[in-house]
Design a protein around this ligand. Structure first.
Ligand code: GLC
Ligand code: CA
Length: 565
């Protein structure tokens, strides 16, 4: 049995992180856009969830080409979101309530409206020229690079002023910063100190695995063309050198947490980021489960909800961290669909129970849970029918690209109803009123009509609501360190409906059983596992006798078991 006394405990391992997408949380001034004062108004609600850490998506000055992921001033607040005074008040309000605040750090790229880029593009000998990646046009067209958001799919954009191409893995308005340049790195570290000195508690590092580029921009091997380039983007030659330098110069001086957004990271290289002996980052999150059944341009195939594959991915990722490093667990965020639609079933008949089942999963796996706002009330995908309703440049660009190629735009719309990013970006549903209590004005993106039924006000005091289930699960995770530090062991790996596992610590063994299907689901447990009690259940009872157990559709239970035979 693993022993608690042998564990390297840390506050960020025991924390539950709640993610707030500020644009969609609460509008305080009627312009239809969520803002910092809106979050301040909701602090008591956030506190009531029992969570420990808030990860706040970018609130820095930005022209909003990519909803704040295109930063034009790293030391100021986006006008739409408020002022630095508002930010300071928010931070103080969180700390007063014992909640830590983790900010987004977006340093793979800046906005093209950032002063550095404005300078850089002016002349080839501008002092800021080498803050970005440039390819002189007299050398011909640069080797292929794939871009997530470029209208033509290419990450090189020609710029007339200096007759050169600049690199942008994301949109044209998000030029990639050149980390080879020590001056750029010094600027970034200085900016990080600025925020830590204010007292923030950590950074979620946006696409941090992409910061090191291959010098000379060589052609990549055939297998890394198109979207596959993500894998090679994540293996830049100096990535770990930069992160160790960042750790030495900044991170090690504060009691903070760090989490990499790790696109392209695999089970065989993630420890390089998070093995504590290497002194880089604390945690990283991967995309392997999110990409099950989702292809180029997010076209979905039949594997989309393949539970056996899902279990395999989650289990392999757990195994990596059995001795070193630390895992993260998430099912959705602002870049993915609503978890209940993606992983379970959002039909009115099952939505509430299925949401609770997924909440049980998130809070009983080994690794720090990252829980996305609105999932605690079981919000589901809005599923826009019309391209005009989309705001996300990713869906819009892929739509237009597909259209210009004469491709199947209807298939794209059908898939994006399931996986498009805007599904997670519709406003938080506070009540059943017009605009769901989010704004008194016109919301920047449509509000899910199901807010009539699915909202905080309705769930706040109802003891069996999704919201109160989430609160109970957070409390349970705090109370049972087995759920945090216990070992993880998958049962029935090939079972197509049931996700079941054991968590063990000291003398305690917990059995978690989750039915991911809309059919009843029966299993026979090993003789050695005797259920002695039910700690948590999203239904009113549990059918079990001896070693046989039968779960209802989307039922989730946490059982205490006696392993002495
Ligand atoms: C990350 C962000 C995403 C953004 C992209 C570019 O993936 O989470 O929202 O579009 O980076 O910054
Ligand atoms: Ca506002």
């Amino acid at each position: 049995m693993p022993r608690l006394s042998k564990m390297q405990r840390a506050w960020w391992k025991e924390a539950v992180v709640y993610q707030i997408y500020p644009r969609s949380f609460q509008d305080s001034n009627g312009d239809g856009i969520g803002d910092i004062r809106g979050i301040i108004q909701r602090l008591d609600y956030i506190k009531s969830l029992g969570i420990d850490v808030v990860w706040l998506n970018p609130v820095y000055r930005s022209p909003n080409d990519d909803n704040g992921y295109d930063i034009s001033d790293y030391r100021n607040i986006m006008a739409e979101f408020g002022t630095m005074e508002d930010f300071d008040e928010l931070l103080a309000g969180m700390h007063k309530r014992g909640i830590k605040l983790v900010m987004d750090l977006v340093v793979n790229h800046s906005s093209d409206e950032h002063e550095w880029f404005q300078q850089s593009r002016q002349s080839r000998d501008n002092p800021y020229r080498n803050f970005y990646h440039w390819w002189p046009a007299e050398h011909g067209h640069p080797p292929k690079r794939w871009s997530y958001f470029a209208k033509n799919g290419s990450a090189w954009k020609y710029d007339e002023t200096t007759d050169a191409y600049y690199l942008h893995y994301f949109s044209e308005k998000q030029p990639d910063l050149n980390w080879e340049n020590p001056k750029l790195r010094a600027e970034i570290y200085d900016m990080m100190h600025f925020w830590f000195k204010k007292g923030i508690d950590g950074f979620r590092m946006d696409v941090i695995t992409f910061i090191s580029k291959h010098p000379g921009y060589p052609e990549f091997p055939e297998r890394y063309q198109g979207q596959n380039m993500i894998d090679i983007y994540a293996q830049g030659p100096r990535l770990h050198e930069y992160l160790q330098e960042m750790n030495q110069q900044v991170l090690q001086h504060y009691d903070i947490m760090t989490v990499a957004e790790g696109p392209g990271t695999k089970t065989d290289n993630v420890l390089k980021l998070v093995d504590e002996d290497r002194k880089e980052l604390n945690m990283s999150y991967h995309f392997d489960h999110q990409s099950i059944g989702v292809g180029e341009r997010y076209i979905v195939n039949d594997d989309y909800q393949n539970l056996v594959k899902f279990k395999k991915v989650m289990t392999e990722w757990d195994t990596v961290f059995a001795e070193k490093g630390w895992n993260t667990i998430y099912l959705g965020n602002h870049d993915f669909p609503r978890m209940v639609t993606r992983w379970a079933n959002d039909a009115p008949k099952w939505r509430a129970r299925a949401s609770k089942m997924l909440t049980t999963f998130l809070l009983t796996m080994r690794g720090t849970p990252y829980y996305y706002m609105g999932d605690e009330i079981g919000m589901s995908n809005i599923k826009f029918e019309n391209i005009e309703d989309y705001k996300d440049l990713m869906t819009l660009n892929w739509y237009h690209l597909t259209q210009s190629e004469g491709g199947d735009v209807d298939a794209l719309i059908e898939s994006h109803k399931l996986v498009g990013r805007d599904n997670a970006r519709t406003p938080m549903q506070w009540n059943a009123n017009e605009n769901a209590g989010f704004t008194k004005g016109v919301p920047w993106i449509k509000i899910n009509p199901n807010h009539i039924d699915v909202n905080v006000e309705e769930q706040q005091d109802r003891s069996d609501s999704e919201l109160n289930y989430f609160r109970q699960m957070v409390a349970l995770r705090k109370q049972k360190l087995t759920l945090v530090y216990g070992s993880y062991e998958l049962l029935f790996p090939e079972h197509q409906q049931m996700f079941a596992y054991l968590r063990k610590l000291d003398d305690e063994t917990l059995l978690i059983m989750l039915n991911f299907s809309e059919e009843n689901c029966a299993v026979t447990l090993a003789e050695s596992l005797k259920i002695t009690g039910v700690l948590q259940n999203n239904c009113t009872s549990l059918a079990h006798e001896g070693t046989s157990v039968e779960l209802l559709p989307y039922q989730a239970v946490i059982c205490m078991v006696d392993t002495q035979s």
